[in-house]
Design a protein around this ligand. Structure first.
Ligand SMILES: Nc1nc2c(ncn2[C@@H]2O[C@H](COP(=O)(O)OP(=O)(O)OP(=O)(O)O)[C@@H](O)[C@H]2O)c(=O)[nH]1
Ligand SMILES: [Mg+2]
Length: 475
């Protein structure tokens, strides 16, 4: 990790490949010198004397004596600390030809800039105090966001949501530490800057807050392992057909032969804010040897890792199958944290002529509290209700951890645990009258060091390396 921030660095800041516009970004002391000799501004005086950020139109000379090559360019120039990186920065806005952008970058490297490493612009912003570590991670979150919910979380973190709350708590604890330490200087004179009662109250409030953050970070880590919905049921129940319909694809083989699906298939589904993996599994069979036993083990493993089981029972199942289906359903339900039961192929069910035309024939056994629906992919019956049900069941799983980016939760969880432990020790000491303030101060200082690690007030090369190496070049 190169923490020398003076040498200019350059990289392509727009996506690779042809486009209407391409951007080359150069940051560091002396960016104007890097452009000297090949950038001719339309307003040379304005370029040389620029004191504030603005755009400078002009031409780039990329040719040589035998082959002149002049290209129009718009140079955005931030001459001072008010740039993204907190240091002089230029962006060359050019036609987005990959060949042209490569020539421009090559010229910048020849003139004193070096290629920027992944995330190095954001690293410089962090080192200049423009962003804290949580916000730097949020930049990555914004770039990588897969859906509006992830984007919203990343933008809130970039705007300083979590940082603000943590900084406020850190400030409060720093003040408490200052009061305790001031008291230590006057210990012989019995002057108290803060009462024990107040020390305990403030420490307990801080620990409660940290516990809440820790819970959110842990929830986030769990939902970072993507939400999984498993389709299961007897052979021929219509699982693969439903899988294809929900995934709006024809990935799964469908046939009237039992046992068509042998392995399992996964498809990522995104509906607005909600993303989950839908998994089609092989039909459940009797038998406990060979390949069937292995398939059964796989199914159980899938169910255990799933967030929701959708059990399919075909409406045209006969009496014997009904019993077997109910028995396997009970077994599957025990392995899974949440369940929906579907009566599939309701268009096929033979209904006694006297029956209520709105209720499905061959219904599911009634079981209290369980969500169940009758569907048909032939008539579309129940499909939109099924989508709504999945949205509401999975939406509950996804909420509650929305304030944390996965990368931040992963980095901070252990540190939050250390803060919680330090504050716990400080509270235990503060609750015993005979224990001196100096012992409380030791644990409080420990907690504050860990806060510093989360926000990036205290950092090591290793931490920076781990965070910024995840970025792409040019960011
Ligand atoms: N009439 C009708 N037929 C359906 C419906 N859904 C599926 N089928 C038919 O039922 C048969 C079995 O469907 P699949 O989707 O392959 O069933 P599966 O549960 O994946 O079967 P396995 O992979 O063998 O476990 C196929 O012929 C489908 O066309 C439905 O809603 N109505
Ligand atoms: Mg199948």
């Amino acid at each position: 990790m190169d923490l020398n921030v003076d040498q200019p660095i350059a990289a392509l800041a727009s996506p690779a490949g042809g486009s209407l516009r391409g951007i080359v970004r150069i940051s560091g002391a002396g960016v104007q010198q890097v452009l000297a000799g090949w950038f001719t501004p339309d307003d040379p005086e304005g370029w040389i004397t620029a004191k504030t950020a603005r755009s400078h139109a002009g031409k780039l000379d990329l040719g040589d004596a035998s082959r002149p090559m002049i290209c129009p360019v718009e140079v955005m120039y931030w001459p001072n600390r008010r740039s993204y990186t907190g240091q002089p920065l230029v962006e060359l806005h050019l036609p987005g030809s990959p060949c042209l952008l490569e020539l421009v970058l090559g010229e910048a490297y020849r003139r004193g800039a070096r290629p920027a490493r992944p995330g190095e612009f954001t690293l410089r912003a962090f080192l200049a105090g423009k962003l804290d570590l949580l916000q730097a991670e949020a930049v990555l979150g914004v770039i990588d966001a897969q859906n509006p919910a992830e984007l919203q979380t990343a933008l809130a973190q970039l705007a300083g949501g979590i940082s603000g709350r943590l900084s406020e708590l850190r400030r409060d604890l720093l003040e408490l530490l200052a009061d305790l330490e001031a008291g230590l200087d006057f210990v012989d004179e019995d002057i108290e800057f803060v009462s024990r009662r107040e020390v305990v109250d403030r420490l307990v409030a801080a620990r409660d807050f940290v516990e809440e953050l820790l819970q959110q970070a842990s929830d986030r880590m769990q939902s970072a392992v993507r939400l999984k919905v498993v389709l299961a049921g007897l052979p021929n129940a219509g699982k693969s057909t439903l899988f294809n319909r929900l995934a709006e694809a024809h990935s799964a083989l469908v046939s009237s032969e039992r046992g068509t699906t042998r392995d399992f298939l996964i498809r990522r589904i995104t509906w607005g804010n909600l993303s989950f993996d839908l998994i089609d599994t092989a039909g459940w069979e009797e038998g406990s040897s060979g390949i069937e036993a292995e398939a059964q083990d796989q199914r159980i493993a899938q169910l255990k890792q799933s967030n929701l089981l959708v059990w399919c029972s075909s409406a045209d199942r006969d009496q014997a199958e009904r019993q077997f289906d109910d028995q396997l359903f009970d077994e599957a339900q025990r392995q899974s944290p949440a369940t929906i039961r579907l009566l599939t192929k309701v268009d096929l069910a033979v209904r006694p002529s006297s029956a209520d035309p709105d209720s499905p024939a061959n219904p599911l056994p009634s079981s209290g509290g369980l969500d169940s629906l009758a569907i048909s992919v032939v008539t579309d019956r129940g499909l939109s209700e099924l989508r709504d049900l999945l949205r509401s069941r999975l939406g509950t799983e996804q909420s509650g951890s929305g304030q944390w980016l996965g990368i931040t939760a992963a980095r901070c969880r252990e540190t939050l645990e250390s803060i919680e432990a330090s504050l716990g020790r400080a509270i235990a000491s503060a609750n015993v009258r005979e224990v001196g303030d100096e012992l409380i101060a030791v644990d409080l200082r420990d907690a504050l060091d860990h806060f510093g690690v989360i926000l990036g007030v205290i950092y090591t090369d290793d931490i920076l390396d781990r965070i910024f190496s995840k970025f792409c070049i040019g960011k």
